[in-house]
Design a protein around this ligand. Sequence first.
Ligand SMILES: CC(C)(COP(=O)(O)OP(=O)(O)OC[C@H]1O[C@@H](n2cnc3c(N)ncnc32)[C@H](O)[C@@H]1OP(=O)(O)O)[C@@H](O)C(=O)NCCC(=O)NCCS
Length: 172
Amino acid sequence: MNKIKKASDSLTIMTNIVLPNETNSLRNLFGGELLAKMDRCASISAARHCKRRVVTASVNHVSFNHPIPEGGIVVLESKVSRAFSTSMEIYVDVWLDDVINEKKIHTNEGIYTFVAVDEYNKPVPIPQMEPETELEKVRFDAALRRKELSLILSGRMKATDSVELKKLFTEG
Ligand SMILES: CC(C)(COP(=O)(O)OP(=O)(O)OC[C@H]1O[C@@H](n2cnc3c(N)ncnc32)[C@H](O)[C@@H]1OP(=O)(O)O)[C@@H](O)C(=O)NCCC(=O)NCCS
């Protein structure tokens, strides 16, 4: 339990092809279908990190930057970006793998919070995570700020109690 984990320990990659029943009227992947895939991928990363049952506590951010067409090959990659006491932040990156033109387009990203729970749905402690790559360090450093924002937006924290968010506005 006390072993410090790496982000790569939770790496999860899911590859799918977009089928007609998953598309919208423009024949692009329907947003809700993508959200479900991202949630699934993130939940596997969370479980791999803490080796526990996990639940989604919050979807902190999702961006849809590029449409994914019917027949497109979608690659989802998720990793824990920071572990707190019982909760962890998971980053999901989504790529369109254009194998014909040999291009990988970053189409989406999502940031999720998962909580490790016991059989009574009670939160339980999780191992800490140490970032290694530059990108992992950037995401790790900003995760506390995002946690505070998510807690404020869900009514679990008063804005006046935030530490990291305040720094954003007070430090030059
Ligand atoms: C998520 C859940 C287990 C939290 O339980 P709780 O009794 O409120 O627990 P706590 O208040 O102690 O919070 C546990 C952790 O989650 C974090 N958390 C809870 N809500 C959060 C939110 N909206 N954003 C970010 N973090 C959140 C807390 O900060 C705490 O983190 P820490 O221990 O790492 O500091 C509980 O709310 C739940 O079961 N929700 C339903 C989950 C679910 O069904 N999801 C799937 C379908 S949508």
